[in-house]
Design a protein around this ligand. Sequence first.
Ligand code: SF4
Length: 472
Amino acid sequence: METCTKVTKEWLNTQEYREKNFAREKLVINPAKACQPLGALLCALGIEASLPFVHGSQGCAAYFRSTLSRHYREPVAAVSDSMTEDSAVFGGQSNLIEGLKNANALYSPKVIAMFTSCMAEVIGDDINAYLGNAKEQEAIPKDLPVALANTPSFKGSHITGYDTMLKGLIECLAVPRQEGKINDRLYVVPGFDTYTANLREYKRLLKVMEAPFTLLPDQSDVLDAPNLGTYELYPGGTPITEMNEALNAGSFLFAQTYSTPTTRKYLAGKEVPVEVISMPIGIGGTDKFIEAVAKFTGKEVQKEITIERGRSIDAMTDAHQYIHGKKFALFGDPDVLMGVVSFLLEMGGEPVHIVCTNSTPLFKKAMESMLEASPYGQGATLYAGKDLWHLRSLLVTEPVDMLIGDSHGKWAARDANIPLVRIGFPITDRVNLHRYPIIGYSGVINMITMIVNTFLEEVDRNSPEAYFEMMR
Ligand code: SF4
């Protein structure tokens, strides 16, 4: 039995198995993505006194909440109307109405953000009509805003759900755009970003640049709340008053491309100025963010920002020799991958395998042209729509020096005997990483620290006595 397992294990590491693995069409093994409602829930948590409401099964709600809780190590408030077998037969209207009534009575939200799980979508529940009936029956006050998002998980991923919920929240809360009422604010949308430190870094940079801004949504105080001895249900989020004025924004700046297309389209249809950039990771990515903000304010870039940039370049110079020429495999969301790959190329690192389960044709084109434009991107292949079992085959047949991705990558990294640097979502087996930004110039320093020190740790751990040096 043991010999048999050993033979099978060895065969799993062969080129022959890799070909069979890549020929599979009808089975997905450990995809690097979550389902739509999880993204909707994250988005909903970023609005002041907003109560996420899952119209669907309780088990789904438990999955989203526990995944977010494990990543942030914070309680994640959300309710569900707990549809069960009878709802699958008769529809979920009575659950939805009773759920709304209880949610409002128990938790007094300023807005309810309602989204669906698979069950409600499969049976075709009309949440818009049900909501109308709930208000008609006075289950909730007629003026309590309820934002809606259809988030069927048999298509898209968590980034699609985030986008749909964001559009739903703006649609529900914002008053119509009106000439003469246009405000001077830059609405910055971080996209599906699970680093509370990134959100704080956006706010810090915008303050330094003296830009009047609204971060939308903003989960930083909700998912990284201080422990002051008492639990607060709604500890932060984008103020409702600023949500009300969203369509009167001076402009919107989207800091992620692939997690926001629906919201951007909606805003453009309302004649709101919209700009989109890649996630500001690495020097080039951060420069684009700073330029976009400076263009909005019409002010020179502050000396403080120039000095910060210089410090990051110094850190890159100090550490480039440890990354230059090293081979990397990466997996994750499109926006994060664009950013991290661009950073590696800036450092002379060589991406080899890039796995993106929730890839899109636009992302594929953008990633491939970025790789093509760099001498360090020539050996890279983007595996669009592939999963972590494909990634394992790549790592054991075509080895690299490091894997970059979330905690789900630890098995493949162990099988390939390479280190995993955890960047992405979810990170459930290390602490505090979401409290260190990966965006901005300070993000550059943090990523260098994580990647280079991991390599150096490996060198020390595997070093023979004669080469065990004080200096590295
Ligand atoms: S995939 Fe569907 S059934 Fe599964 S947790 Fe997500 S919403 Fe629920």
